[in-house]
Write a protein that binds this ligand. Structure first.
Ligand code: HEC
Ligand code: HEC
Length: 315
């Protein structure tokens, strides 16, 4: 323990002093956000452009407003990181460099990002409340995206509600598929309440979860365990695609999954009956009823406290 007799060591002092100086310099300068002129700025109707300028340009364009950047000096590293990252995803100042089919995918993703309150980033909104997008502004963005040339041929509202669309063709299933657990496929969920939608930004898979009236009422009344007759359906699509004309299509329909509450009939699986129908011909999944055990086991593991249901919106 020789070090106990502490003698200032020149080398040590020099290193500490240097570190302090470097630290101070870093604080003073911060990272630089370099603004450049627009080179092929996005060309959209003025009401749409006004919204993008107000809410997205600070990060997704070459023209970040330095005032907000200055204000956030202590967080400037994070801010400059956000801007670099955002510009790399898409840059509204250099929009014309993006192929037109991809522009449409992006516009659609932008609307989704706003609708799901993922954008503008909440940490940015905290200091820029004016950048928040109101419901009427969101409606303007949606209307615009729906009038794009490729979109008129693809009614997304229909697509996201129909499991039959695959490769742009409407597939009609013959007969009614029935799962080995006794649950028959039915289209009626399409008129149920949507509990949750995910459309991954990276163009990954997409899914929609629906609940029937009994389920929705029970959720509202916080009636857990859920009553018999409660049902949920989850529809899953694969990666988004683009057809030859640049239309954005959700990926191929993959499967539709059912959960039906019947505490007596499905006692062995905690009162929930499970069914899964695969592919456009809705082939019932599972050779024996035992498949339902794997379903409930995972739901049990993750959400036992909510009667094994994941998508309960927070009230
Ligand atoms: C404070 C900076 C900031 C603002 C403002 C902002 N974004 Fe972003 N955005 C980001 C960052 C960072 C990413 C990449 C990381 C991520 O996805 O969270 C991103 C990613 C995205 C993506 C995903 C793109 C992809 O290819 O993965 C979309 C879509 C998007 N933003 C839309 C918008 C829209 C629309 C607005 C305006 C309403 C907006 N953003 C405003 C920072 C911002
Ligand atoms: C590996 C774990 C796992 C297995 C196995 C599993 N699920 Fe799920 N399930 C989830 C997760 C996580 C969610 C919520 C996230 C989502 O909606 O994608 C979910 C959600 C659901 C939903 C929507 C209702 C809810 O709880 O939010 C249904 C319906 C569903 N699953 C049916 C099934 C069926 C039918 C099977 C068996 C064929 C099955 N699940 C097997 C993890 C699993």
């Amino acid at each position: 323990m020789r070090k106990l007799r502490y003698k200032p060591n020149k080398k040590f002092l020099f290193i500490s002093a240097s570190l302090i100086i470097i630290y101070v310099i870093l604080q003073l300068t911060g990272p630089e956000v370099i603004n450049k002129p627009h080179e092929g700025e996005i060309n959209v109707p003025s009401n749409v452009s006004a919204i993008l300028r107000k809410s997205c340009y600070d990060c997704h364009s070459n023209q970040s407003d330095p005032t907000w950047y200055d204000k956030m000096m202590p967080a400037s590293y994070l801010v400059s990181h956000d801007i670099t990252e955002a510009r790399s995803r898409f840059n509204l100042s250099e929009w014309s460099k993006i192929p037109s089919g991809q522009q449409q995918v992006l516009l659609w993703e932008m609307v989704n990002a706003v609708e799901q309150k993922k954008m503008p980033l909440s940490r940015y909104l905290a200091v820029h409340p004016n950048a928040a997008i109101s419901p009427s502004e969101l409606a303007i963005l949606k209307d615009y995206v729906n009038t794009l040339p490729g979109r008129s041929k693809v009614d997304t509202a229909k697509i996201t509600r129909s499991p039959y669309v695959s490769d742009g063709k409407t597939l009609i299933s013959t007969g009614t598929p029935v799962s080995i657990t006794g649950i028959a496929y039915s289209d009626s969920y399409k008129s149920w309440t949507v509990l949750s939608v995910t459309d991954k930004f990276d163009g990954g898979s997409m899914r929609i979860v629906y609940g029937n009236e009994i389920m929705i009422k029970a959720i509202k009344n916080n009636q857990i365990p859920f009553p018999d007759g409660a049902q949920m359906v989850k529809v899953v699509w694969g990666k988004q695609r683009e057809d030859a004309e640049g239309n954005v299509l959700p990926g191929n329909f993959q499967n539709v999954q059912f959960m039906v509450k019947d505490s007596k009939k499905y006692k062995s699986t905690e009162g929930w009956g499970f069914a899964k129908f695969d592919g456009p011909d809705l082939k019932p999944f599972g050779k024996t009823v035992a498949f339902a055990t794997t379903c409930i086991n995972c739901h049990k593991l993750l959400v036992a406290e909510n009667d094994f249901v994941f998508n309960i919106p927070t009230k």
